[in-house]
Design a protein around this ligand. Structure first.
Ligand code: GLY
Length: 320
């Protein structure tokens, strides 16, 4: 039997204490990953998750989050959610209470209100400052009209795809947390405010089960950060689980999925954290220039342990 543990991606793993405490007291992996994610969502200094997330191109913060239970294979996701303090807990309500698996926008907000989820203003001085700086920089001479058509025209004026490539390479971030409890049950959680200055209504991989989040008690867990469009195109999280089902180790499965991302020959990077049902953990990135890190805590840990994963570099093109 694998001993309970929790791994995650951000803030030197400090938020993992909340999840580890739940596991230590015999709680479920699902409760542990939700509790740890809530702490990251409350961190105002994390500008791509929850409070302080950089808004979309219209200045509105839109959150994506998802949870999966590897025992029941139940899932809950929310996308483009506005005005709720803990998107991950709204996703938990979808998992526990809704007959659906994914709610977005006004429908998700309606559901969250009915479920008495905590509302909140997620703006911080920094998130407002970043948005104002963008508006001043982009529209110093033009101003912004009420129709909001300027948002599309602005992006189009710079070539829509180039504009998004620049944003998506530099301005994104996501929290990934996955855990296994004393019953051998696995859970995975993902939360993000998505790409900063994105188009309203844009969903990344975080709320898409199979793209940014997947787990299965039989094989393990996989979650993603990076340019969500790539993980959606490759169903990256589900594919990693599939590779482990086919017999690859966690490390080889993660590596192969990152090679699949390179094969898209698309701009942007992808990262994942993974563990298999034996408790082997790993992380991987398509970036050659950045260390792939995940943080680990089990029941004996006093502090999160830094674990370095693998860089899966782009193939060399000898024709160039
Ligand atoms: N991976 C997070 C996003 O693309 O929104």
């Amino acid at each position: 039997m694998v001993k309970p543990f929790i791994i995650g991606t951000r803030n030197s793993g400090q938020f993992l204490h909340a999840g580890a405490e739940i596991l230590r007291n015999g709680g479920t992996a699902l409760d542990a990953v939700e509790a740890a994610t809530r702490l990251v969502e409350l961190n105002p200094n994390d500008t791509s998750v929850g409070l302080g997330g950089i808004p979309n191109i219209l200045g509105v913060q839109e959150m994506d989050a998802s949870l999966m239970c590897g025992k029941t294979m139940n899932t809950g996701s929310v996308g483009a959610l506005k005005g709720f303090k803990h998107p991950i807990s709204v996703a938990r309500k979808v998992l526990d209470e809704a007959p659906h698996v994914l709610l977005v926008g006004a429908g998700a907000e309606h559901f969250a209100r009915v479920m008495d989820c905590e509302t909140g203003d997620l703006e911080t001085e920094e998130s407002v400052k970043v948005y104002k700086a963008f508006v001043n920089d982009a529209f110093e001479h033009e101003g912004i009209d009420e129709s909001q058509a300027w948002a599309v025209n602005y992006a189009r004026s710079q070539n829509l795809r180039d504009w998004y490539d620049r944003l998506a390479d530099e301005r994104h971030g996501t929290v990934n947390i996955v855990a296994i409890d004393e019953n051998g049950d696995i859970a995975s959680a993902v939360s993000t405010s998505g790409t900063a200055l994105k188009f309203p209504g844009r969903l990344g991989d975080s709320p898409i089960i199979g793209a940014g989040n997947y787990c299965d008690n039989r094989y393990g867990a996989a979650t993603c950060t990076g340019r969500g469009e790539l993980a959606i195109r490759n169903s990256t999280a589900r594919t990693i689980i599939h590779y482990m089902e086919e017999g690859l180790s966690a490390k080889d499965a993660a590596s192969r999925a990152m090679k699949d991302i390179h094969a898209l020959k698309a701009f942007g990077s992808m990262n994942c954290i993974v563990f298999d049902a034996k408790g082997n953990t790993t992380s991987a990135t398509t970036r050659p220039d950045r260390e792939s890190v995940h943080w680990y805590m089990d029941m004996e840990s006093k502090e999160p342990e830094k674990r370095v994963g693998i860089n899966v570099n782009p193939p060399v093109n000898h024709d160039e």
